[in-house]
Design a protein around this ligand. Structure first.
Ligand code: ADP
Ligand code: MG
Ligand code: MG
Length: 198
């Protein structure tokens, strides 16, 4: 995990979100207010615009700055939550993390998201992808396996009933749709995995 290429990471994240923005918006149109793709694209394009400055920073500082940028630009419920994820990763990770340090930092960061969202696993949110991702990382799975676990976890939000976020207003009618934030968490996971092990 040493020597993470921040420029490649930011490009992959922003490209992935841009390529899937319409899909994220469609998911949010079904069980939310239809802005998730736009929210995420705005945020990651704002991060992309700072690539040169971010790539100069040590990994922890870059992650904190990315998190702050996401909080400022994504908006909605997801902005502060994904922002918290990246900011806490920046706070918890050393400059050149090994696998165990990544797993530990991820655990703390996801708990910080849950605290901020007053949410927990099983409520049909991004947490339902983030926790399985943390497990897969802690179990030593390959980057590709971690990304596959994230995709499967996003898929598994379909039969869930939303208990947090806008989708919870729909009650039982939220059942049968994938959670948009879960999908974007899976996309972020795949982008990071592909940068670490192309
Ligand atoms: P908004 O709902 O404000 O329009 P977005 O559409 O950008 O915001 O993001 C919605 C996503 O945010 C949901 O699909 C869900 O995954 C996530 N989310 C919303 N509220 C919470 C929460 N309290 N805890 C965890 N995730 C949440
Ligand atoms: Mg929305
Ligand atoms: Mg909104």
């Amino acid at each position: 995990m040493t020597g993470i290429d921040l420029k490649a990471l930011i490009t992959e994240l922003a490209d992935t979100i841009a390529a899937h923005a319409d899909e994220l918006t469609a998911l949010d149109r079904a069980i939310g207010d239809g802005d998730h793709g736009l929210n995420m694209k705005r945020g990651f394009e704002a991060v992309r615009a700072e690539t040169a400055a971010l790539a100069e920073k040590p990994l922890p500082e870059a992650l904190k700055a990315i998190g702050t940028k996401l909080v400022m630009t994504v908006g909605g419920a997801s902005g502060p939550l994904f922002g918290t994820l990246f900011m806490t990763l920046g706070k918890e990770l050393p400059a050149e993390p090994d696998r165990a340090e990544l797993a530990a930092a991820l655990a703390k960061s996801i708990d910080a998201v849950a605290a901020r969202g007053k949410s927990q696993a099983g409520q049909k949110t991004m947490l339902d992808v983030l926790y399985p991702v943390q497990c897969a990382v802690a179990e030593g799975k390959s980057a590709d396996e971690v990304a596959a676990a994230a995709d499967a976890a996003a898929e598994a939000t379909k039969p869930m009933k939303a208990i947090r976020g806008r989708a919870s207003f729909l009650g039982d009618r939220s059942i049968g749709h994938m959670d948009p934030g879960a999908r974007s968490a899976a996309l972020i996971t795949r982008a990071i995995a592909e940068t670490l092990e192309p």
